[in-house]
Write a protein that binds this ligand. Structure first.
Ligand code: SF4
Ligand code: SF4
Length: 535
């Protein structure tokens, strides 16, 4: 295709009357779980089945608090097209994704939202085409000359409405890209679309509210330092009462060896907190000094969900500041899928953890961190290393009431790695589970490891107004789970993602399962670990 970068035929500037939110807040969604299928067949098409599924549009205050225009700006059509041009220039991959698709159809039935809803616009290729049609119109010669012949469309309000609807029905899970012969990554297209929408003032309420809370208070849940301190003291009392061991959950401890950055859900939500208890027990049993930070009290980074690198960087910077202030030697990330992806893939260049940045603070941090450890490390890497060194003891029978399976979380499975070989991110959590429990069963091969299905709540979609979409999107994972529940008696699904835990807690009951059957890998570690009460 042509390589022009100057847009043409931009639609006329919008009138002030158009400068208002393009999508109304939906009425309370009706939530319907699809029936389990006997075989994993391609669903019958249900045109526009999810045309009413919209997230709430962010209020002006929420958009402005994170640096975006409050409402849809005047002339948004040209601005959106220009932003697309900027992203096409910045990310070569985006242009390749726009040009390379041959519509072979290999991705069509690979998206959990298409499988769960039957809406053809939830086929990954159709989701890409929402942007591709606009790209063709303004950035390719055939699209400029013969738009109808090549499926090119003007950037109109109707198109923008479709973008808002269907790019917010993509959890950026990357499953479709595993099956695409050209490696086209729909998640990257979705992120670019969200960045364009935010740049013209069409923001996502849930995501922008959360980003605002991180900047203002330090974490997604908006928990201030004193509340964290109280919670951690309470955990110390509970663990002492349960085990007789004085396990500490320190906050802002100067000079600790490890800074643990974990999703804020770990402080309060169930079952997340059980994994936090487990991390503390691991450090206690191994005799490693560690601390949490009130400044970096959130591992999650919603900047990634809206494709905005500046927000990602601002959020990630809190971790670097906390590490420098506390003088730690190691940075460890708790159980959170997208947090680990950001830490693994982006912290290096965003913050200078490792050798990716060269400003004075980055160099100071590089000198401060211990080169004998991978920086950052995942808590599963830490625990698995300690297990291999024989530094942790377990009573595996303590987990005998559980028949366990493991759900690979998308951002860990397809956006990062663990250990020192490809696939370590699949093996290490399973190795830990097998080291702490006797009964383990994997789900079907087509639904695990790099082919894992999203929980249905990732990518900034974990919000109540999208519950129907989330329940439907969980169908393939629930089917795979149901199979081993029926055949093997599985009663516990472990995962290492805060969003997966929250999503499954909510959707499991819609499929007839108990919400308590989901939990963390370190929840299992916590159950089985043998603590030295003298420490
Ligand atoms: S939700 Fe996942 S599988 Fe579906 S289009 Fe988005 S990245 Fe692809
Ligand atoms: S698999 Fe790749 S090339 Fe084929 S339709 Fe999907 S995105 Fe296009």
């Amino acid at each position: 295709m042509a390589d022009e970068t100057t847009p043409v035929a931009v639609p006329p500037a919008s009138t002030p009357a158009a400068a208002k939110p393009v999508a109304k807040a939906p009425e309370k969604a009706k939530v319907v779980a699809p029936a389990f299928r006997e075989y994993p067949t391609i669903p019958a098409l249900q045109v526009d089945a999810m045309a009413e599924s919209n997230p709430y549009v962010a209020a002006a205050a929420h958009n402005e608090s994170v640096g975006f225009p409050g409402t849809l700006v005047e002339g948004w059509e040209q601005k959106a097209v220009a932003k697309m041009g900027e992203l096409l220039g910045k990310y070569r991959s985006l242009r390749v994704y726009m040009d390379a698709c041959v519509h072979c159809g290999a991705c069509t039935d690979k998206c959990h939202y298409f499988i769960g809803t039957g809406d053809p616009k939830n086929m990954p290729v159709a989701r890409q085409d929402l942007m591709r049609s606009v790209y063709r119109r303004y950035y390719t010669l055939p699209g400029k000359l013969f738009p109808k012949l090549v499926g090119a469309r003007d950037m109109t309000k109707e198109v923008l409405d479709d973008w808002f609807r269907y790019y917010n029905q993509c959890s950026e899970c990357r499953r479709c890209s595993v099956f695409c012969p050209y490696g086209i990554d729909t998640a990257e297209v979705t992120m670019a679309a969200k960045e364009i929408m935010h740049s013209v003032g069409l923001g996502h309420k849930y995501v922008n509210e959360i980003i605002g809370k991180v900047h203002k208070i330090g974490n997604n849940l908006g928990l201030p330092g004193p509340a964290l301190e109280n919670t951690l003291e309470g955990l110390e009392e509970d663990v002492l009462e349960d085990t007789g061991a004085a396990v500490k959950y320190p906050l802002d401890m100067q000079g600790a060896e490890v800074l643990l950055v974990t999703p804020s859900a770990d402080f309060f939500a169930e079952p997340h907190v059980d994994s936090l208890i487990g991390y503390g027990k691991v450090f206690h049993a191994a005799g490693i000094s560690w601390t949490l930070s009130s400044k970096a009290s959130e591992a999650g980074n919603f900047g990634m969900f809206i494709g905005n690198y500046e927000q990602m960087r601002k959020i990630a910077m809190r971790v670097r500041e906390a590490a420098l202030e506390l003088g730690v030697k190691r940075i460890v990330v708790g159980e959170c899928g997208h947090a680990w992806r950001v830490a693994y893939a982006f912290w290096n260049t965003l913050t200078g953890v490792g050798a990716g940045a060269s400003d004075p603070f980055a160099i100071q941090l590089q000198k401060q961190l211990d080169p004998n450890y991978k920086q950052p490390s995942h808590i599963c890497e830490v625990t698995w290393d300690l297990i291999q060194q024989g530094r942790l003891k377990f009573d595996k029978e303590a987990n005998d009431h559980r028949i366990i399976t493991f759900h690979d979380s998308c951002n860990v499975a397809r956006g990062s790695r663990m250990g020192d070989y490809a696939g370590g991110q699949f093996d290490i959590p399973r190795n830990i589970i097998r080291a702490v429990a006797n009964k383990y069963v994997d789900m079907a091969e087509a639904t695990t490891r790099e082919k894992t299905f999203c929980c249905g709540g990732g990518g900034g979609l974990l919000t109540d107004e999208l519950l129907d979409l989330r329940v439907k999107g969980a169908l393939p994972r629930m089917e795979a789970l149901n199979h081993i529940v029926q055949h093997d008696g599985v009663n516990f699904m472990a995962t290492i993602c805060a969003i997966c835990k929250a999503q499954f807690t909510k959707v499991l009951p819609y499929y007839g399962f108990k919400m308590s059957m989901v939990g963390g890998v370190h929840q299992l570690v916590s159950t089985a670990i043998v603590l030295n009460n003298e420490q």
